[in-house]
Design a protein around this ligand. Structure first.
Ligand code: SF4
Ligand code: SF4
Length: 639
């Protein structure tokens, strides 16, 4: 499988911007939009001054944040590694604009064009190529690559500073160039902003500021004679992008296939299990309609043999004498009913008193009782507090990764000029409108918004119910069905459940719902939700139907699902719930910032944040290639 990449040799770049123009011509991009741009960096102080030219374009990252952030699954990665935006699926949400750490995604509401409206060529042939109000970026000229041609910028470059090709092919121009330079000049390719862990395909060879050797293949041809390219230990790009990573496409394909098989088997088995449990619950629905679980941890599993059916769990619960007698008389779980003839009231009471007073050896206490005693509301609260703490810390870490991608730290000086409070209000508004109200989805598809809302607001209802129960019913005592504390979680759970069924349905029908990268995590997320809610309903109905023998098992299954859901949330699609609104908020904030002219000095910028992201890249690259001069750098110009 091919892995296309571009190598940019900074030594060769003369900053002529032929690539910039060729790209505009090839892709018909409007004014202000530059898929290929060249930064002019002046570094050092007179007389020790140096000019660097740094061409920048989409890196077609292996772990592309833009792709992961897109809530519409409009960004996808081809098998050959080219990352593309589906213009039909993109709805202009803008999360990718902030997510790309390099400022390579462009999104503007209204395009400005170079020629007048009556210029037939532009209106007929240029403008229709790019849809309005959707995100755009460099495509590595995929339409040319598919025909076996090089990208337009590569063809236009008069100094061959851009080398494009397949990294998987040892004989491709790019692979040979990397090896030649490593041998001939000792230069190793580097990536921009490695701390963002995007694993880019575009890589750079830095200038040889202190080097005497000629740059153009100095001595390398001899080095190749008789050695054979494939026998040379592959340095450079392959050192930073190991072959295992480059071959990830195959591994991903295999993983995707295995996951899909696993998914089918998992859904079938668990659905069968769920149905069986439901049938069993209905079949057993003869017992008293009390919530035994809430008043006692006993599930009746100790059987008739233990203490004449009155084994330690039941006898030691806090239930009243009358409740205790009712259970004994009617039987419960595996314990048979004892009539007054078989066991008089006084005998019953004396057995119970004896059991209560008797210290029990650990091996005399049934396992179910031991487990049940661990599941008190107080202990569960502490347990979930720890799980939440873990998830919260990881959630913060995840959020920090994205915040770092947005380059918000580099934007601080501009934010201060713009007004931090004003920017925060704009961001807050975006969080509410785009995050909580999911306005962009509503505009696109009210049905999907409704289904999405069922999950989102259903979750809010469940969380609210949890808080209210902790306050008003901490011991989880049995409540009438009409009680608000019963209705709220039931209705909320039902809403979430319907939403999940819809998403599961879409997984079957919509081939674009997953772009391949998040398949495993999305699958985990949706199924964990499904199992959490399903098991929650089972616990409720089993309790009402008196199927006490099953309750502990199902309850443990429910608790395990919740635990996994919380603990894995930062790694699953659930993270979209906070990451996407945060990214959109940053996009809106930086939009306002650039529109005010504070950041870039003029008011038009279709890739908000590009300015301070460019600044970050420039500083880092100069620091890498010439640390002394990096102390004083000025970006003189970039398109
Ligand atoms: Fe996406 Fe930016 Fe990486 Fe290109 S450089 S793939 S736009 S994150
Ligand atoms: Fe540099 Fe080549 Fe682009 Fe000119 S065309 S700016 S030399 S990369």
């Amino acid at each position: 499988m091919a892995r296309y990449a571009m190598l940019i040799d900074m030594t060769r770049c003369i900053g002529c911007d032929a690539c910039t123009v060729a790209c505009k011509q090839e892709n018909g991009t409007p004014v202000d939009t530059f898929f290929a741009r060249v930064i002019n960096i002046e570094a050092g102080k007179y007389p020790a001054v140096k000019r660097f030219y740094l061409p920048i374009l989409c890196n077609h990252c292996d772990d592309a944040p833009c792709l992961k952030a897109c809530p519409n699954k409009a960004i996808f990665r081809r098998d050959d590694g080219i990352v593309l935006i589906d213009q039909d699926r993109c709805k202009g949400t803008g999360a990718c604009v902030s997510a790309c750490p390099y400022g390579n995604v462009y999104l503007q509401k209204v395009d400005r064009w170079y020629l007048e409206d009556d210029m037939e060529y532009e209106t007929k042939h240029v403008r229709p190529r790019l849809k309005e109000n959707v995100a755009r970026k460099c495509t590595y000229c995929a339409h040319r690559v598919d025909k076996g041609l090089d990208p337009a910028c590569v063809v236009a470059c008069p100094t061959t500073a851009r080398i494009f090709g397949d990294l998987e092919d040892d004989h491709s121009a790019i692979s040979r160039y990397i090896v030649e330079e490593a041998i001939g000049t000792g230069r190793e390719p580097f990536h921009l902003l490695p701390e963002c862990k995007t694993n880019p395909a575009t890589c750079y060879l830095g200038p040889m500021s202190e080097q005497e050797t000629a740059t153009l293949h100095g001595g390398t041809e001899e080095a190749f004679v008789g050695i054979g390219v494939t026998e040379i230990a592959r340095p450079a790009v392959h050192a930073t992008r190991p072959m295992s990573v480059l071959k990830k496409v195959d591994a991903t394909g295999l993983l995707t296939e295995s996951l899909s098989l696993f998914k089918k088997a998992f859904i079938r088995i668990t659905s069968l299990l769920g149905l069986t449990l439901l049938v069993a619950a209905v079949a057993m629905g003869q017992g008293p309609k009390t919530d035994v679980f809430s008043t006692s941890n006993c599930v009746g599993c100790h059987g008739a043999a233990a203490m004449g059916g009155l084994g330690p769990p039941l006898a030691k619960t806090k239930i009243t004498d009358a409740e205790f007698q009712a259970i004994v008389r009617k039987g419960k779980g595996m314990m048979p009913a004892f009539s007054a003839d078989a066991l008089s009231d006084s005998d019953l009471n004396s057995i119970r008193d004896e059991v209560r007073l008797k210290p029990w050896l650990p091996d005399q206490v049934p396992l179910t009782y031991k487990i049940g005693s661990l599941l008190t509301p107080q202990k569960l609260s502490i347990y979930f507090l720890f799980v939440f703490g873990f998830a919260f810390l990881f959630g913060l870490k995840v959020l920090w990764y994205w915040v770092d991608c947005t380059g918000i730290r580099q934007a601080r000086p501009y934010l201060r000029k713009f007004g931090t409070g004003k920017a925060a209000l704009i961001a807050l508004r975006a969080m509410i409108v785009d995050g909580f109200l999911v306005a962009s989805l509503f505009r696109r598809s009210p049905l999907r918004w409704f289904m999405h809302g069922l999950i989102l607001y259903g979750f809010c209802g469940l969380m609210l119910a949890d808080i209210l129960i902790a306050i008003y019913n901490p011991m989880r005592a049995e409540l009438p069905l009409g009680s608000a504390l019963k209705v709220l979680p039931l209705v909320s759970g039902l809403a979430v459940f319907i939403g999940i069924l819809y998403v599961k349905y879409r997984y079957q029908k919509d081939e674009f719902i997953d772009n391949g990268v998040t398949l495993g995590r999305d699958f985990l997320f949706v199924n964990l939700l499904f199992h959490t809610i399903l098991s929650g309903f089972f616990v409720f109905f089993l309790a009402r139907l008196g199927g006490s023998a099953w309750i502990l098992t199902i309850y443990l299954y429910h608790l395990s699902s919740i635990t996994l859901l919380i603990a894995t949330a930062p790694f699953t699609r659930f993270s979209h719930a906070w990451v996407v609104p945060a990214l959109v908020a940053v996009t809106r904030g930086t939009e306002a910032l650039t529109e005010s002219g504070v950041e870039i000095g003029y008011r038009r910028e279709p890739s908000p944040g590009r300015h301070h992201k460019t600044d970050r890249i420039a500083r880092q690259v100069v620091d890498l290639v010439d640390p002394v001069k990096a102390k004083t750098i000025v970006i003189r110009y970039y398109p």
